[in-house]
Design a protein around this ligand. Sequence first.
Ligand SMILES: Nc1ncnc2c1ncn2[C@@H]1O[C@H](COP(=O)(O)OP(=O)(O)OP(=O)(O)O)[C@@H](O)[C@H]1O
Length: 215
Amino acid sequence: MHIQLQQVVPIPLRDRFAQRQSDIWNAHVTFAEGEWIKIKAPSGTGKTTLIHILYKLRSDYEGAVLWGNENLKGIQPASLAQLRQQSVSIIFQDLRLFDHLTARENIELNRVLQQPFYESNKIDEMAELLNVQYILDQRAGLCSYGEQQRIAIIRALVQPFTWLLMDEPFSHLDKANTARATSLIAAECATRKAGFILTDLDEDDHFNYSKHLQL
Ligand SMILES: Nc1ncnc2c1ncn2[C@@H]1O[C@H](COP(=O)(O)OP(=O)(O)OP(=O)(O)O)[C@@H](O)[C@H]1O
């Protein structure tokens, strides 16, 4: 499924962005199935806004966003639920774990709420790869941000998807942990022939990107 942005402009930012050159805002953009897209932008230029628009957490924009032939503005709740269960997974910038649940329960909840893509033993396997196996049974609220970020990454990877949305997904990780996380994400995207959209502040060579865009 491809994604199209047709002259999307967030309404609260309309005036501020009017003079700005952007590959995304107020442009026609198509992301083809399986593409690995990097979107680079300074702080405050709308990375989170874009990710939230794509996941339909907000609809205060002009223009249109299409997932395949489905315009997000008119999408029925059942179709949106199906999109999020089968086609789109997400790593939020603010992580959005349930603090009172354990790390494992947070991941398991997403695994069973969706059509499970893996058996639950995959959680232990991924946790070992990302070096967070020792906090799996600890309450997420007690985990450090770096640990929580790795849990949020695993949570996103245990469900089916053909697109993965990632909003500054390595912001709390050191170099070694970022390398572990990127190789797991690359392997999981390759297994599914999935594409991703990754936003970040700076250039990086974490992945073999298909496209580099500037917000
Ligand atoms: N609903 C809203 N109403 C008004 N302004 C908003 C709204 N949502 C976001 N903004 C503003 O839009 C700008 C972009 O916000 P956003 O969080 O998308 O930026 P970002 O690129 O993700 O930033 P950072 O790199 O700091 O996380 C900010 O200046 C923010 O204050």
